[in-house]
Design a protein around this ligand. Structure first.
Ligand SMILES: Cc1cc2nc3c(=O)[nH]c(=O)nc-3n(C[C@H](O)[C@H](O)[C@H](O)COP(=O)(O)OP(=O)(O)OC[C@H]3O[C@@H](n4cnc5c(N)ncnc54)[C@H](O)[C@@H]3O)c2cc1C
Length: 500
């Protein structure tokens, strides 16, 4: 420790593990993730060429003219290509590709269209939320529904419903929940909960079959009375409202979900104060905050991948333009200023990718994927024959003891520095990569002049799409504060974040 100029004590160096997750991962991660990731990226590139790029601009225009249009054909196509089951673990019937590879797939898809990428990405936000509850029985039920949807050709997607008309940022940031003005109420009744309230801006809402719903038993004490419920379409009292008419990512609907005396049975309760009472020495609030932290630590890496993808899409359009346009008697690409600009854009893509990869390493070593990416577990689940999974493993998933064991590992045995590291890196990636996405769209417009403004040039749409990334999964301002809280403040005694 050393004294700063103003006399406060500051830790000299950041902890080794806080800054070298990738290095640690070299030793610990299973080698097979490389081949798996390569294959997943190749599939995403083919999907981009054959489905996303040919459809992106047309779909954007169509949605502009008909805001209530729902892109079912695209969702069916993504389902047919296996994107909705690709990252579901094999024990739950999915293909079991390692979770970090999802970010690489999302970057590929977002380089073509962030809205279409979100049609895939948001489903995994739902999956991650379900998984963060470690309610193994319910995870098995809901994810097997998605797998059945792949087999039947009728997609079964999962959405996450947190945001309310008067509560956005505050219900996503651990420290702010207690101040949130929430209104989605879950009343405890015999055999379940009765829910009343509205959720807004729910991505894929109208296209999803299951909804991970966050509600509160006591609206004045949301931080310690949060419940997460799995609500399936067709449940009496649950209906869809309107879709938002938003500036970008038009392919992906942002939906209103309405709950009017909607009864959700106990078997669909993912996590509640009652269930978390035995965790973390009975600190219900901490247990609920831990769930939120697991979710955002995974999902913000995904949004970082979207930012990287849109930055790359803008770069590719600019490169194409520079290579095919003459300025003052020579190709634009041979003008030095254009080369510097393209180099800057390339750097933005590369650095953004490093941030989400580092976040994935952190999650693999210290966060949500730490058990799945532990070598013996990884290879066991990868190579265990399906009939063995179905006959031996599947019945075990319904046992309370299995849920208890996973909750022990993920709550009671999760040291706070692990959570700080994954949460801090996730925020870093989220704001760094999405800011880079917006920046690259602006640079592409500078290079292309009026051609960049045309809808059919593609960059104009990338710019509209990229802006939304700075807002969802916690605004970039809030993610900066979270980075400060997780990775900077611990080395400065007395530093307080989210002060009352
Ligand atoms: C396209 C899109 C898709 C979305 N999809 C989903 C979804 O699938 N599921 C879901 O639940 N939600 C979803 N959301 C909601 C999203 O998560 C919220 O919009 C986001 O968290 C920001 O909340 P807000 O819009 O209410 O902003 P606000 O909270 O109203 O923030 C407004 C401004 O105040 C600042 N601010 C707020 N609080 C603080 C504070 N304490 N300290 C300092 N500054 C502060 C913010 O940084 C921002 O600049 C989506 C949103 C969008 C735009």
């Amino acid at each position: 420790m050393r004294k700063s100029g103003r006399g406060s004590l500051i830790g000299e160096y950041p902890a080794f593990d806080d800054i070298y997750c990738g290095l640690r991962a070299l030793r610990r991660m299973p080698k097979a993730v490389i081949g798996e990731t390569e294959k997943a990226v190749e599939l995403a590139r083919r999907f981009n060429r054959e489905v996303v790029r040919p459809r992106a601009l047309e779909l954007d225009l169509r949605k502009q003219k008909d805001p209530d249009y729902l892109p079912w054909d695209l969702v069916r196509e993504a389902n047919r290509w296996g994107f909705y089951t690709m990252f579901i673990p094999r024990i739950f019937g999915g293909k079991g590709v390692n979770f970090p590879a999802l970010s690489c797939v999302l970057e590929e898809l977002a380089s073509g269209c962030t809205g279409i990428a979100n049609l895939v990405g948001v489903h995994y936000l739902g999956v991650a939320t379900l998984c963060a509850s470690w309610n193994i029985r319910l995870m098995n039920r809901v994810m097997r529904d998605t797998v059945a949807g792949y087999r039947s050709g009728e997609p079964c997607l999962i959405s996450l419903a947190v945001t309310e008309p008067d509560a956005g940022t505050d219900v996503e940031e651990v420290e702010l929940v207690r101040k949130a003005r929430v209104s989605c109420h879950a009343r405890r009744v015999k055999g379940g909960y009765v829910v009343n309230g509205r959720k807004i801006f729910i991505s894929n809402g109208h296209l999803s079959t299951w909804h991970m719903l966050i509600a509160y038993e006591d609206l004045k004490r949301p931080q310690s009375t949060t419940v997460m419920l799995a609500v399936r379409n067709g449940t009496p009292g649950f209906s869809f409202g309107r879709q938002e008419h938003k500036m970008g990512q038009k392919a992906c609907p942002a939906s209103e979900l309405i709950f009017e005396d909607c009864f959700v049975p106990d078997e669909n309760v993912c996590v509640s104060a009652e269930q978390s009472a035995g965790l973390l020495g009975g600190a219900v609030e901490d247990a609920i905050m831990q769930v939120i932290d697991y979710v955002v630590s995974g999902s913000r890496a995904g949004v970082g991948a979207f930012g990287t993808g849109v930055a790359r899409g803008a770069f590719e359009e600019a490169l194409h333009y520079a290579a095919s346009t003459e300025v003052e008697g020579k190709p634009l690409i041979n003008h030095e200023w254009a080369q510097c600009l393209l180099a800057e854009m390339y750097k933005n893509v590369a650095v953004s990718r490093l941030t989400y990869m580092e976040t994935n390493y952190a999650n693999s070593l210290y966060g949500m994927f730490k058990v799945l990416n532990y070598r013996p577990v990884f290879y066991l689940f990868k190579y265990l024959p399906r009939p063995v999974i179905d006959r031996v493993i599947r019945p075990l998933l319904d046992l309370d003891a299995v849920t208890r064991l996973f909750r022990k590992i993920y709550f009671d045995w999760q040291p706070p520095p692990f959570t700080r590291r994954t949460s801090g890196w996730a925020s870093l990636s989220k704001f760094a990569a999405t800011d880079a996405g917006v920046r690259n769209c602006q640079l592409a417009l500078e290079l292309m002049g009026r051609a960049g403004l045309r809808h059919d040039g593609g960059v104009e749409k990338h710019l509209r799409d990229s802006k939304l990334l700075q807002i969802y999964e916690g605004t970039n301002q809030l993610n900066r504060l979270n980075l400060f809280k997780c990775l900077i403040a611990p080395s400065v005694p007395g530093a307080v974040v989210f002060d009352e």
